[in-house]
Design a protein around this ligand. Structure first.
Ligand code: ATP
Length: 597
């Protein structure tokens, strides 16, 4: 296929602005494209050589190098190229202009007895640009220069314009995926009315070039039966948002599976034998950031081939407490990932299964998907299904929601369970509804709380306590009412000292002055006071401080609490009172300003 055909279409696309006109240009272009090349045309239209998620190198050509390539190709000095570029404000246009000046000279020569020229093909352009991208390491700059200069030298002025713009990443034809799909459906299925089928296939395999090639070479029937493929990302299903439990349950049809909405990074985990690939919500390949998740998936997914989804969350490894989303950012640095992995461990909370051993699960209702997920996952602390309940009761939903927040989640996702509740790849719909708070109580000051109990530690904290139960003082009843469980902020030294420090305070059962719904491993006489800070004061059904004061069944709690220091100068009765905490909660309450999704 002559590249000139593509360049011509690019020029026409630039000249029109209405979507229908664009579709018409694309239809003509696809009609002239052999089926086996349609993927390459689609990628070029998108300004790419391949889908981003493949993780293949980008062109890696800076402006300086490109100017040099143009200058070599048209036998002008770099200075001349640069001057014209400055004047026109577009290096593509400058290349086109210089090429046509050169063409006039050579055609004169050709007229006087020179040889004919060979036309550039799409294959040649695509292959050369791929080689430019793939050239890495020593000597790659020279190789890129040589390849590009050669390509531009062989191009017509118009072709040169688009090659240069493509390399610069400034093609900007204005065609979106939807327009490309309309044209594909019209040409290869006979009508743009087949667009939803093309779109469904694209949602299941986020590679529009590949979908185009299957459609062009094997027809629409083939696309109808398309299944997910391990290694090719599926476009994620997204949730709508509502803030009223009654309405939410009505919207999903009465009965729901309600899961914690973990505040981490979505991971779409693809497994085939021992190979694991992880894609982000935006379909980037993020495998390199999570060697630990790869290992969990490899050892805990009991299927040869599977695609599952879950949230990757930062945790405190010794207590299993959730950490804020920001902690995951440390994983973004590519080097020393193994250090980051130790310092910022993550867990995975799985919430869906999309494919397993040849079977497409996106078409199955949620309860069946969840059942299958639990069958193929050998759960552990690190890698297990999202915390969930099944309910039809708005009060129960509300309680679970408060619990989720106090435990560090963002809220809950309420999911429909009826027979039509399939996995809607690539769309935001009412089958999933996220319920987050619209109020937040930010914690500005520290509080002083009393230790009333403890949990044994795990891992590095074996032999000492992993977390302490903290309480506020209620002077009216002379009771200590629980607020949170704290396991963060302690140094290794602090931790090692805990058993000795509390040795004489251990009692065989909950102390009579302690009000707790939690069942501790060890109970103490309320005595030691610690200064604690957290992200915010929240409501929780798990804690007893100020129960029912704000909401029935809920007490006050501290989200993401951290130990700051011991306050040996304070007696337990000097601790922050329940009343003070309630005041803090009320004072700090503010509307969360957020764009609705
Ligand atoms: P947000 O900014 O609220 O995360 P979003 O636009 O990224 O919104 P939404 O569809 O609004 O995505 O919310 C769903 C997101 O919540 C998912 O992309 C996923 O990362 C995360 N999540 C956490 N826990 C769950 C869960 N149990 N089920 C589904 N998604 C979950």
């Amino acid at each position: 296929m002559e590249f000139e055909v593509v360049a011509e279409a690019f020029e026409e696309l630039e000249a029109v602005s209405a979507r229908t006109q664009m579709t018409m240009v694309l239809v003509e272009l696809f009609k002239k494209t052999p089926p086996e090349l349609v993927d390459k045309v689609v990628y070029l239209l998108m300004g790419k050589l391949w889908p981003d998620w493949k993780g293949l190198p980008e062109l890696g050509v800076g402006e300086k190098l490109l100017i040099k390539a143009v200058s070599l190709a048209v036998h002008r000095s770099e200075r001349e190229v640069e001057d014209l570029y400055k004047k026109l404000g577009d290096l593509g246009l400058a290349a086109e202009r210089l090429k046509s000046m050169q063409a006039q000279r050579t055609s004169l020569l050709a007229f006087m007895g020179g040889g004919g020229e060979e036309k550039l093909t799409l294959e040649k352009v695509y292959e050369t640009l791929s080689r430019v991208a793939m050239a890495t390491g020593e000597g790659s700059r020279d190789l890129k220069l040589k390849l590009l200069a050669g390509l531009i030298a062989d191009a017509t002025p118009r072709e040169a314009k688009y090659i240069v713009r493509f390399v610069e990443g400034r093609l900007r034809l204005g065609v979106g995926d939807a327009t490309i799909m309309d044209a594909l459906a019209a040409v290869y299925a006979g009508s743009a009315g087949f667009r939803p089928l093309v779109e469904r296939a694209y949602n299941l395999r986020a590679d529009l070039g590949e979908i185009a090639r299957i459609l062009a070479s094997r027809g629409i029937e083939e696309l109808k039966g398309i299944k997910p493929e391990v290694g090719v990302p599926i476009r994620p299903m997204l949730a709508e948002r509502l803030n009223n439990p009654v309405e939410i349950l009505k919207k999903v049809g009465g009965h729901a599976i309600v899961e914690y909405k973990y505040d981490g990074e979505r991971g779409q985990i693809h497994k085939k034998g021992d190979t694991v690939i992880i894609f982000s919500r935006r379909l980037e390949n993020i495998t390199h950031m999570y060697p630990d998740v790869q290992e969990y998936a490899r050892s805990r997914i009991k299927a040869e081939e599977a695609i599952v989804e879950g949230e990757i969350v930062a945790v405190n490894p010794e207590t299993g407490e959730l950490r804020p989303f920001q902690e995951l950012m440390h994983r973004r640095r590519k080097h020393d990932i193994h250090v980051a992995m130790k310092e910022y461990p993550v867990h995975v909370r799985l919430f869906d299964i999309l494919y397993v051993d040849g079977e497409d699960y996106t078409v199955k209702p949620l309860p069946e998907r969840r059942r299958r997920l639990s069958e193929i996952v050998d759960e552990s602390d690190e890698f297990r299904l999202a915390e969930h309940i099944e309910t039809e009761d708005p009060d129960e939903l509300e309680k679970f929601f408060l619990q989720a927040i106090s435990e560090g989640a963002e809220g809950v996702v309420v999911k429909a369970t009826h027979s039509q509740a399939v996995y809607q790849a690539g769309s935001r719909g009412w089958l999933w509804i996220k319920y987050k708070r619209d109020y937040k109580s930010e914690m500005i000051d520290t509080v002083d709380l009393v230790v009333v109990g403890a949990f044994y530690g795990r891992g590095r904290r074996g032999g000492t306590y992993g977390a302490l139960i903290m309480a506020a003082y209620d002077p009216d009843a002379d009771m200590f009412r629980t607020v949170c469980k704290v396991g963060s902020g302690f140094t290794d030294e602090d931790l090692a000292k805990l058993p000795e420090m509390f040795k004489d305070l251990v009692v065989p059962h909950k102390h009579p002055r302690v009000d707790s719904k939690m069942q501790a491993d060890v109970w103490f006489v309320p005595s030691k006071v610690a200064e604690i800070i957290g992200a915010e004061i929240t409501l929780s059904p798990l804690h007893t401080c100020c129960t029912d004061s704000v909401k029935p069944g809920a007490g006050l709690s501290i989200r993401f609490p951290r130990f700051i220091q011991w306050r040996p100068d304070k007696a337990p009765e000097d601790a922050t009172t329940a009343h003070e905490l309630l005041e803090m909660y009320r004072r700090q309450l503010r509307k969360i300003e957020e764009k609705p999704a």
